[in-house]
Design a protein around this ligand. Structure first.
Ligand SMILES: [Zn+2]
Length: 282
């Protein structure tokens, strides 16, 4: 999970921008009237996201007695529509992620916006910027309309959680043919139990072990020839030194990428360095 800067756009102004082109005067009047309720929802979100209380936000189907959840979800569709004022905010949120990489999985490409709290359940948050996170399609689909029912079910939020400076992602080598890799969350000692539970929940909800294991299998194919050549000349010490340098370089870029965890795991595994990396004929 990668941290992103918190969007500073005023939620009330964003809401008004998103309903700018509503032609139905009755609908526009009803929507304009709930501007302050949208701001209140944004304030409540901001307060509760930092205190692990988002699961206490009330789900709604009707706002102010006359605006339906569907009408508010449609406001988001207006935000996505090209050429609108809302789209400018949408595009700004999308490009906020460095290199266009999804901050939730740290691997795939950002293609859409994920509602941290789903708009179907929390319609007032449909276009509140701090509820809108750039995401890849797979992470967005994994979350869908799920909502937290307890503090430990609050997935990591790139605008408010920062775990980039601690090592928490680790991998282990499985002695198979070919060697394979399992990834897991290994919380540092100073984390409180709730943060550890949330990171594990995030990791499992988005099936990140599966994603990273698959990528690691591809990486092993890519470096296999190189490892065979080094082993022929320098044996396991040479292989370990090569992998150690790879781990250091990747760790410098990102302490918790699957690549960093994979290279550390390979470096630490005697069986792997002593020829376990080879693809044996079946
Ligand atoms: Zn993703």
């Amino acid at each position: 999970m990668r941290r992103l800067p918190v969007p500073i756009d005023n939620p009330g102004n964003v809401f008004i921008d998103c309903i700018d082109l509503v032609r139905n005067t009755n609908l526009k009047a009803r929507l304009t009237e709930i501007r302050n309720l949208v701001i209140e929802a944004a304030d409540e979100f901001e307060e509760k996201v930092t205190t692990g209380q988002l699961h206490t936000v009330i789900r709604e189907t009707l706002i102010n007695g006359n605006v339906t959840s569907t009408e508010l979800q449609d406001v988001y569709e207006r935000m996505v529509r090209k050429g609108t004022l809302g789209r400018k905010i949408y595009d700004k949120l999308i490009i906020a992620s460095p290199s266009g990489i999804c901050p939730l999985c740290s691997h795939r490409e950002v293609t859409q916006i994920d509602h941290y709290l789903p708009k179907a359940e929390y319609p007032r948050l449909s276009v509140v910027p701090i509820n809108l996170v750039p995401s890849c399609s797979d992470c967005n689909k994994s979350k869908l309309t799920k909502f937290p029912q307890a503090p430990e079910e609050e997935t990591l939020h790139p605008y408010f959680d920062n775990i980039e400076n601690d090592v928490w992602l680790t991998a282990t080598v499985t002695q198979s043919n070919p060697a394979s890799f399992q990834f897991q969350v290994t919380p540092p000692d100073h984390w409180d139990p709730l943060l550890s539970d949330r990171v594990r929940f995030h990791f499992n909800s988005l099936s990140l072990n599966k994603l990273y294991s698959t990528q690691a299998a591809v990486e092993l194919v890519q470096i296999n020839f190189r490892l065979i050549k080094i082993y022929a000349v320098s044996g396991s010490p040479g292989v370990r030194q090569y992998l150690l340098e790879g781990a250091e370089s990747r760790s410098h870029a990102n302490l918790n990428s699957w690549q960093t965890a994979m290279y550390k795991a390979m470096t630490a595994d005697n069986w792997f360095c002593d020829g376990g990396f080879r693809f044996l004929p079946i």
